[in-house]
Design a protein around this ligand. Structure first.
Ligand SMILES: [Mn+2]
Length: 424
């Protein structure tokens, strides 16, 4: 299914009058609104290929209809999202779930939807059919050199595939760790992992980045070898200038101050990328901003402040991606909601009066500091985000347009009611 330009235009003209009223009001309140809109138009959030199907838990999975059955259909789904919001202009592939058969055809298809390839993701957290050696006790950390070598070669293969597609970064997330005290020698596990990462790093093209993603627990529950931002930063610093830490919002222990982590990583020039999701307990992978929108805003507040302090390009200098999984929602609607929440938080962060905040901080005026941040957070900026969409040819209300156009029903007609997307 393709969404026609005229369908988006019809939706927008139906909603224009009420939008205009709300936009005119916020515009009168915010003098710098034009500069903010341009930043929103430039800002793109990558969609991972594994988020397009219904997720599940270890107790079960309830697949929805019309899910993408192959890489081509996954690209088509992200094309639909991008058509609706013009903010999802990139796809992040997971190997080996999404190995292209014909690289040029896949590249052309992706370009025809206005998408580019974001970071490539390797997978050494499960054994693939026919795989010679098992990752049951880890991959890059493994006590057996042959297992490490197999995992290194997989990562290098992923880099090669990314090169063929025009990607420029590799995200390494490791399930490596231990489930019981005494199972691992922590230093040996770290050293083995470091040496393995060094071999992968050596195969990295000069204009590529390597992202080292950390996670506090799961699937290992006693130790994770890249368990927090300190461990990730150690690896990134030892690897070299092309290696960075990647922050996944769901990969922290409860109540971690993620905004502070982000701030310091930016200060060190070692924040590489972001995986957005939300959670109540652990790595719940819920819709971004669905539970803790204030935290999402505070994180963006530090991102904008820290990036501006280094004159970084908001749209290009960090990798932005959603990493979520949807058990009960239509995955495409869920992704539209995540992107919207991210854009709202970003907009609010752009509106923070930095000079006033800095002055209040210098004067230890705690009350004023809170007022400045919360005044922005309580400002309804949705009309600004919608105006940015309108100007880039997207829908004023993407979820409403998606439903009006009966996208899911069309996809079920095309692909069938019983489909299961590849992935977890
Ligand atoms: Mn992640």
């Amino acid at each position: 299914m393709l969404i026609e330009k005229s369908q988006i235009e019809q939706h927008n003209s139906d909603n224009q009058a009420s939008h205009q009223k709300r936009f005119d009001f916020i515009k009168s309140e915010i003098p710098q609104v034009e500069a903010v809109i341009q930043k929103l138009i430039d800002f793109q959030i990558a969609i991972p290929s594994w988020a397009l199907g219904t997720g599940g838990t270890r107790f079960g999975r309830f697949s929805g209809g019309g899910e993408p059955r192959n890489l081509e259909e996954k690209i088509a789904d992200i094309g639909l999202l991008h058509k609706l919001n013009q903010s999802s202009g990139a796809i992040s592939l997971h190997i080996p779930w999404d190995i292209p058969q014909d690289y040029d055809a896949i590249k052309n298809l992706t370009a025809s939807h206005g998408l580019r390839f974001d970071a490539m993701n390797s997978n050494t957290f499960q054994d693939q059919k026919g795989q010679e050696l098992s990752y049951k006790f880890g991959s890059l950390q493994h006590v057996n050199k042959a297992v490490r070598k197999q995992a290194i070669e997989h990562n290098i293969e992923v880099i090669k595939q990314g090169l063929a597609l025009g990607s420029d970064s590799l995200t390494v997330w490791l399930a490596d760790g231990s489930c019981f005290p005494g199972q691992l020698n922590f230093r040996k596990a770290f050293q083995n992992t470091l040496e393995s990462l060094q071999e992968i790093y050596a195969a990295l093209p000069k204009d590529w980045k390597m992202f080292v993603e950390y996670k506090a627990f799961e699937p290992n529950f006693y130790s994770m070898t890249v368990g927090d931002w300190g461990q990730s930063l150690l690896f990134a610093n030892k690897l070299g200038p092309q290696a960075y830490t990647l922050v996944d919002l769901g990969h922290h222990l409860p109540n971690a101050n993620i905004e502070q982590i982000v701030s310091l990583l930016l200060m060190e020039g070692k924040l590489g990328g972001f995986h957005f999701n939300d959670s109540k307990y652990g790595d719940d992978d819920l819709t971004a901003g669905s539970l803790k929108p204030y935290q999402l805003f505070l994180i963006f507040n530090e991102l904008v402040e820290g990036m501006d302090a280094k004159n970084m390009n908001h749209a290009k200098d960090l990798g932005w991606m959603i990493d979520a999984s949807h058990n009960v929602k239509d995955p495409l609607e869920d992704l539209l909601q995540s992107v919207e929440a991210i854009m709202i938080a970003y907009t609010q962060a752009l509106l923070v009066d930095r000079k006033a905040l800095q002055q209040a901080q210098e004067e230890n005026d705690t009350v004023k500091c809170q007022e400045i941040l919360q005044n922005v957070f309580r400002t309804d900026v949705r009309a600004i985000v919608a105006e940015a969409r309108l100007r880039s040819g997207a829908a004023l209300d993407p979820v409403a347009a998606y439903r009006k156009l009966a996208v899911r029903q069309e996809l079920i007609k095309e692909r069938g009611a019983v489909t299961v997307a590849t992935g977890l």
